[in-house]
Design a protein around this ligand. Structure first.
Ligand code: NAP
Length: 286
C-alpha cells in the first residue's frame, strides 16, 4: 500500500518514520520543507504539496497543529482534496473539534474520497515507540484498510462511530489531563509555601492511589524547572478551548476545565506556548 503523511512536527515525524520502518512506500510533505529531510534520508519520497502527497498515495495520514491547519491542508489550494483520487483515503490524526472534522470529511466526500478522523492519546515518546492510543471514527472500511498502518503507530485503537466521536473523545481525555496538571501545580505550590519538600510530595503521590505516569514523568522536571517540549503548551490550551466549546454545546458545566484554561491562557500570554505544557507551572512558580 502506498502511504502519504503530511505534518511532520513533534508527533508527525516519528509517526511517519514508523510507517517507513514498517516497510511501506511513503510520500511526505510539510509546510516548512526542512522537516522533510530526515524522512527523505530514511527513504521517503518528498512531495512539493499536500495535493501531490495525496495523489501519490492510497491512504494519506495527517498530523497537524489545530483546526485552522487541518482545514487549510485538507481543503486549501494545493491541499489534500486537490490531489486525492476517487476512493483514496485520508486519515486526519490531528486534535481538532468535531465541527472541523465534519468540514474536512465533507471536503473529502466532495472529491469522492474516504475519511477517518483518528486523533491520538500519548505524546512524543509513544509516537517514537509506536505505542499511541488511536481514537478513530468515520468510514469503517477505510479504518479497517488502514489498520495495519495504524498498528505501526499505536498499541491500541478504538473505533468510535460517526465522524466527530473520535474528536470528542480526544477532547474529553485532554480536558481531564489539563485539569490534572493544574491540580498538580496547585499542590506543588501549596506544599512549597507550607515548607513541605516537593520531592517528598512526589514520593507520597507515587506510593498511593494518585500515582500516574504524568506526575511521575513531569514532576521531577517541573521541580527542576526543565520544560523540554513533548506536548506544546499552546496545543494544550487549544484542546481546553475546544473542550470548553463542547461543554457549551452539550450544556455541561466544566468549572475545573474553565479554571485550568485560565491558567494555560495566562502561560500562553506570558510567552510559554512553545514550552512543554507542564510549563504552566511557571504561572505559580514565577
Ligand atoms: P507541532 O510540533 O507544533 O507540529 C504541528 C504541525 O502542523 C507541523 O508540521 C506544522 O508545520 C503543521 N502546521 C501548522 N500550521 C499549519 C498550516 N497552517 N498549514 C500547514 N501545516 C501547518 O505539533 P505536534 O505536537 O506534532 O501536534 C500535532 C497535533 O497532534 C496537534 O493537534 C496536537 O494537539 C496533537 N497531539 C500532540 C501530542 C504531543 O504530545 N505533542 C499528543 C497528542 C496529540 P510547520 O513545521 O511548517 O510549522
Amino acid at each position: 500500500m502506498r502511504l502519504g503523511f503530511v505534518g511532520l512536527g513533534i508527533m508527525g515525524a516519528p509517526m511517519a518514520l514508523n510507517l517507513l520502518k514498517g516497510g511501506h512506500e511513503l510520500t511526505v510533505w510539510n509546510r516548512t520543507a526542512a522537516a522533510c529531510e530526515p524522512l527523505r534520508a530514511a527513504g521517503a519520497a518528498v512531495a512539493e504539496t499536500a495535493a501531490a502527497t495525496a495523489a501519490a498515495s492510497d491512504i494519506t495520514f495527517a498530523m497537524l497543529a489545530d483546526p485552522e491547519a487541518a482545514l487549510a491542508v485538507a481543503d486549501g489550494p494545493e491541499g489534500i482534496c486537490a490531489g486525492l483520487r476517487p476512493g483514496a483515503g485520508y486519515v486526519d490524526m490531528s486534535t481538532v473539534d468535531a465541527a472541523t472534522s465534519a468540514q474536512v470529511a465533507a471536503a473529502v466526500a466532495a472529491v469522492a474520497g474516504r475519511f477517518v478522523e483518528a486523533p491520538v492519546s500519548g505524546t512524543k515518546a509513544p509516537a517514537e515507540q509506536g505505542t499511541l492510543i488511536i481514537l478513530a471514527a468515520g468510514d469503517r472500511e477505510l479504518y479497517d484498510q488502514a489498520a495495519p498502518a495504524l498498528d505501526l503507530m499505536g498499541k491500541k485503537r478504538v473505533f468510535l462511530g460517526a465522524v466527530g466521536q473520535g474528536a470528542r473523545m480526544k477532547l474529553v481525555v485532554n480536558m481531564i489531563m489539563g485539569g490534572m496538571m493544574t491540580a498538580f501545580c496547585e499542590g506543588l505550590a501549596l506544599a512549597g509555601n507550607s515548607d513541605l519538600d516537593p520531592e517528598e510530595l512526589l514520593a507520597i503521590l507515587e506510593a498511593g492511589a494518585l500515582a500516574n505516569p504524568m506526575f511521575r514523568g513531569k514532576g521531577p522536571n517541573m521541580i527542576a524547572g526543565h520544560f523540554g517540549v513533548a506536548f506544546p503548551l499552546k496545543h494544550m490550551q487549544k484542546d481546553l478551548r475546544l473542550a470548553l466549546a463542547l461543554g457549551q454545546e452539550q450544556a455541561v458545566a466544566l468549572p475545573t476545565a474553565t479554571a485550568a484554561n485560565d491558567r494555560f491562557t495566562a502561560a500562553l500570554t506570558a510567552g510559554d506556548g512553545n514550552l512543554d505544557f507542564s510549563a504552566v507551572w511557571r504561572v505559580w512558580d514565577d
